[in-house]
Design a protein around this ligand. Structure first.
Ligand code: PRP
Length: 217
């Protein structure tokens, strides 16, 4: 396809978007409009490079990319696994590193070992279900929460939680710990399958440029 078409990026709001734009800047992709903190604009463009960027809530990024509203997305692997959308994961960007874990009080270890029917609270019910049902073959009750998931075992809503652990300080400060590790996480670049074909050369170059930059870091 011709270079006249804009390539559109959906970036997960917050630190992830900031780190992504810093990385893009290092390979010559800039977006001055995006740096204006007072701006209420939702879509930003680099007219010269024919690129558009918008910020979205993390879980919405794979949705925009699957439907082709964005050609490319940048979001955490946790969100990609949970949303399970039809997108290609093309690159591990290396930042936003953390782990998805089963966490809880020391006493819950035994419940996990004996495959008891336990209650699992999580912001990631899809990941929790896949882990317990498909990997561990353990029947559990999954309770969806929207944040501060560590409260689950503290107020006896659940026996354990499935959550992101970065430094581990939230767990430590609340008398909880990592009981099992599910998988490592980091920021990933995802691509719409049709865009991957139609804009193959531009996307391949972008991925190669970023990969080269990450390798020399
Ligand atoms: C995340 C995660 C843990 C915490 C882990 O929560 O859900 O609660 O960070 O980080 P740590 O290991 O460095 O302590 P977030 O701050 O995103 O808010 P939330 O609990 O409302 O989801």
């Amino acid at each position: 396809m011709s270079d006249d078409r804009y390539l559109t990026f959906a970036l997960g709001k917050g630190r992830l978007a900031k780190q992504t734009m810093e990385l893009f800047e290092e390979i010559g992709i800039t977006c001055e409009e995006m740096k204006d903190k007072d701006s209420r604009k939702l879509i930003f463009a680099n007219e010269e490079l024919k690129l558009r960027f918008f910020l979205a809530k993390g879980p919405d990024v794979p949705t925009y990319v699957e439907y082709g509203a964005a050609d490319i997305g940048v979001v955490g692997r946790d969100t990609i696994l949970e949303e399970n959308r039809n997108v290609y994961e093309v690159l591990d960007l290396g930042y936003g590193k953390c782990r998805m874990c089963v966490c809880g009080p020391e006493s819950a270890k035994e419940l996990l070992q004996h495959h008891e029917r336990i209650r699992v609270a999580s912001k990631y019910p899809g990941i929790a279900k896949d882990y317990f049902y498909n990997k561990k073959h353990q029947t559990v009750d999954i309770i969806k929460l929207n944040g501060s998931v560590e409260l689950g075992p503290l107020v006896e809503l659940s026996d354990v939680i499935v959550d992101i652990v970065e430094t581990g300080s939230t767990l430590r400060e609340n008398g909880l710990g990592v009981l099992e590790e599910i998988c490592p996480l980091s920021a990933r670049m995802i691509v719409n399958p049709v865009s991957m074909q139609m804009e193959n050369a531009r996307i391949k170059k972008l991925v190669a440029d970023i990969r080269a930059k990450l390798e020399i870091k």
